[in-house]
Ligand binder design. Structure first.
Ligand code: GLY
Length: 460
């Protein structure tokens, strides 16, 4: 846990942001894999963790904005549970550690809700993403699961985002720890990969590093020779000389802060000349996007900078043509870069994505629905204390190339004949995590090799 005062201060701040009413924060439940007693690894809800720190299932928190009262709802373990799981501190003991002085059994929550309802008080809740919590809201508030998201409190969503998006020193330290472990995961993979291994062997090593650091992975590992598939979780291929290996993997610390790094390296000891050319363009786009990061600048600017750099680089190779600004405005670059340049990072790998991209990434400004641009998760002006990822990439997706070519899309900007020669190239992405500072940005954590010579040195 962070220091108890942190949680107390966060709740005080939250109450100040809302005018009145009651905040109901639901923790997560255990989630069964295939039968009730065989659960997935428990993961607490991140907003619950942020305000209450308590990393246990079946809890709910009640914050009375008008009186300032905070109540933790939950049940102590039964003897059957102690027999199954071992001795545990009581809920009262646990709550006290986080500065919460009132604990009530879960069975009393409906009574509190009903009293608040009778006096016409607003009950603020966040949009639920787990079915169990949708059912709880249905039972407690009578809101149909399909309507929970739209009936969630926008005031609460905005207040939580306003707090969670600015990372404190304490949080930055923890995120940096996650990034350091993530870097170790990548170094292990870059060092061990040899032709003839399976992707799964490398993914297993990467997972091992995260677990050995007493945490977990922050999202399912992407370890693939088919890097053109953006979120490829298939690990069944044998890796061979000449392949490019794309690893996108991050650690989550035991306090649940996330790291998120991507690297791309040759399965052979060296990149081919063609791989070097495309790799250099992605690296240039990466550096260009980083140099655009500073307070007040919309993240979309960093994205557009990366898009232009990619288009220009591919123009030098003859794959694209025409005016870069016009091509990027028209979306011609999305054939190679159909996603966004980055996202927020914190207690979630896509921080606060459960609260909705409209407010987390766009401050309420509707985002583009166009292919490529619609996948940009973050566009709003940056502030000191934001932690973001930078991860532009170049992807040759055969199905997309075929579709665009058949439709004659952007023929003024794309040289399909030349592109054809790259259809089986795969994909390249490098990714780092950055803190927005008062004057620009700082890369978090241990550096991992990105330059071609540095990567090749590790592959000897
Ligand atoms: N790096 C994984 C993701 O952003 O989803």
């Amino acid at each position: 846990m962070l220091i108890p005062q942190t949680y107390i201060d966060r709740c005080t701040q939250l109450k100040k942001q809302l005018n009145s009413g009651v905040i109901l924060l639901l923790g997560n439940e255990e989630s069964p894999m295939n039968y009730a007693d065989n659960g997935y690894h428990f993961r607490q809800d991140s907003s619950f963790l942020y305000f209450f720190g308590m990393d246990y299932p079946s809890l709910a928190a009640w914050i009375d904005v008008d009186t300032g009262e905070e109540i933790l709802f939950g049940d102590n373990l039964t003897m059957d549970m102690i027999v199954w799981m071992g001795t545990q501190p009581s809920l009262e003991e646990r709550a006290e550690k986080y500065g919460i002085h009132t604990v009530q059994p879960l069975a009393r929550l409906p009574e509190y809700i009903s009293n608040a309802g009778q006096t016409g008080r607003t009950i603020h809740f966040l949009p639920p993403y787990r079915p169990e919590n949708k059912i709880k809201l249905f039972n407690l508030l009578g809101i149909h699961p399909d309507q929970c998201a739209e009936r969630a409190s926008l005031d609460l969503v905005k207040a939580v985002i306003a707090q969670r998006q600015i990372k404190s020193e304490e949080e930055i330290k923890e995120i940096e720890k996650a990034v350091d472990i993530s870097a170790d995961m990548h170094m292990a993979a870059i060092r061990m990969a040899r032709p003839g291994m399976t992707e799964a062997e490398i993914a297993a090593k990467v997972n091992e590093v995260a677990l050995a650091a007493n945490g977990n992975i922050s999202f399912p590992i992407i370890a693939t020779i088919n890097g053109q598939t953006l979120h490829n979780h298939y690990h069944g291929n044998i890796i061979r000389e000449g392949d490019l290996f794309l690893l996108d993997a991050g650690a989550e610390t035991n306090l649940h802060y996330a790291g998120d790094i991507s690297s791309t390296f040759p399965v052979s000891s060296r990149f081919t000349e063609r791989q070097k050319e495309i790799y250099t363009i992605t690296l240039n786009a990466h550096e260009a996007a980083i140099s655009a990061l500073k307070p007040g600048v919309p993240f979309k600017e960093a994205h557009m900078t990366a898009c232009r750099t990619i288009f220009d680089g591919l123009k030098e190779l003859g794959l694209t043509k025409g005016n870069t600004d016009e091509a990027v405005a028209a979306g011609a670059h999305t054939l190679f870069f159909p996603c966004g340049t980055g996202h927020m990072l914190g207690l979630d790998v896509h921080d606060m994505e459960d609260l909705g991209e409209l407010w987390v990434g766009y401050d309420g400004v509707p985002k583009s629905t166009e292919f490529g641009f619609k996948s940009l998760r973050l566009a709003k002006p940056l502030q000191p204390g934001f932690v973001v990822t930078i991860e532009p990439g170049i992807y040759f997706i055969p199905e997309l190339i075929d579709m665009w070519k058949a439709k004659g899309k952007h023929t003024g900007f794309l040289n399909y004949e030349k592109i054809e020669a790259y259809r089986n190239f795969g994909g390249i992405r490098n990714e780092e995590d950055l803190l927005i500072t008062d004057s620009g940005s700082r890369v978090l954590g241990k550096p991992i090799p990105k330059k071609i010579s540095e990567v090749e040195e590790l592959r000897q």
